[in-house]
Design a protein around this ligand. Structure first.
Ligand code: IPM
Ligand code: MG
Length: 356
């Protein structure tokens, strides 16, 4: 039987609870569709700082490099907030994305029909067909540019640098256009080209790459306008492609439109097949250890893994279908409603498994 090797970086807070449910769903999908999964756990983030003194131990990078795909929970928590930037849990997350060359981050935002009322937007704004995909550049820009402390006019100051090279923009643009070809054929490139030079290079490069994809329509929006359009009329979007920082911000906004950030998965991909899959939400330390987290974003991330890294599209579709059906049976607290019973993280995972 085909056996896939999966690196599991459960991380901090609710990370271990939600990745446990994602693993159950993967195992169940394997049973059903005839493949097996072998998991290897490694440390990332705060738990790695506590156990090994650094947020990304080299063994963790090796573990992921040897795997067919990586499942990640979440990192961070208040106990590590006082550490200097390079030793914080988040540095481990940026480090693993960079070490694995995962330059494109796919963050879909859609409304599951049973959750229509969970969206803070009116039903006539989101109604029916909200299904957009944010393609966020993940290993460049201000997250990885030169930064430091300095002095300005004798006063302490600090700086971060937004820098993009043409090849970095070209490759993320190609990812976005290729995905749009398989969707509704529209790309919206988001920048701040009225102010930033890096955005002007971004815009002209994306426009040039667009000519390789004659079947895809390209438009450009400034990031402030895009933030506004996302709540005014989110259904106008198909694929949004943008920089690391803008993508971080807009993907949280898009996630909330769908009702709960606890629902949204992500895939981080590089040149090869082996991606990293993680929910968009964070480690939610206040929920940790209480069986109260929503495991569906992690389970949907596992579905993305089945589709993009493991070439098991039928299994992916079965997991996604099971999630939709589970939402009609019970709800975790963050998406409570519809007159349905409220259940914990493990029960939600069990319900999804039973439906796969
Ligand atoms: C995300 C998170 C991370 C990011 C943080 C935790 C470093 O917000 O994945 O969106 O900014 O990339
Ligand atoms: Mg974020």
């Amino acid at each position: 039987m085909k056996t896939y090797r999966i690196a599991v970086l459960a991380g901090d807070g609710i990370g271990p609870e939600i990745t446990a449910q994602a693993r159950r769903a993967l195992d169940r999908a394997g049973e059903r569709f005839g493949f097996a999964l072998r998991y290897e756990e490694a440390l990332l983030g705060g738990c790695a700082i506590d156990a090994a003194g650094l947020p990304l131990p080299p063994e963790t990078v090796d573990c992921c490099k040897n795997a067919d795909a990586t499942l990640l929970g979440a990192v961070g928590g208040p106990q590590w907030d006082g550490l200097p930037g390079a030793r914080r849990p988040e540095a481990g997350l940026l480090g693993i994305r960079s070490a694995l060359g995962l330059f494109s981050n796919l963050r879909p935002a859609m409304i599951f029909p049973p959750l229509q009322t969970a969206s803070p937007l009116k039903a006539e704004v989101t109604g029916g067909a909200l299904d957009l995909l944010i393609v966020r550049e993940l290993t460049g820009g201000i997250y990885f540019g030169a930064r430091g402390r300095c002095e300005v006019d004798g006063q302490p100051a600090a700086f971060d640098t937004e820098q993009y090279s043409v090849p970095e923009i070209e490759r993320i643009a190609r990812v976005a256009f290729s995905l749009a070809e398989k969707r509704r054929g529209r790309v919206c490139s988001v920048d701040k080209a009225n102010v930033l030079e890096s955005s002007r290079l971004w815009r002209e490069t994306v426009a040039r790459i667009a000519r390789e994809f004659p079947g895809v329509a390209l438009e450009h929006l400034y990031v402030d306008n895009c933030a506004m359009q996302l709540v005014r009329d989110p259904k106008q979007f198909d694929v949004i492609v943008t920089s690391n920082l803008f993508g971080d911000i807009l993907s949280d906004e898009a996630a909330m439109i769908s009702g709960s950030i606890g629902m949204l998965p992500s895939a981080s991909l590089g040149a090869g097949k082996a991606g990293l899959y993680e929910p968009v939400h964070g480690s939610a330390p206040d929920l940790a250890g209480r069986d109260a987290a929503n495991p569906l974003a992690a389970i949907l991330s596992a579905a993305m893994m089945l589709r993009y890294s493991l070439d098991e599209p039928e299994a992916a579709a079965a997991v996604e279908r099971a999630v939709r059906q589970a939402l009609e049976q019970a709800r975790t607290a963050d998406i409570a409603g519809g007159g349905l019973p409220v259940c914990g993280c493990a029960e939600m995972g069990a319900r999804v498994c039973a439906l796969i």
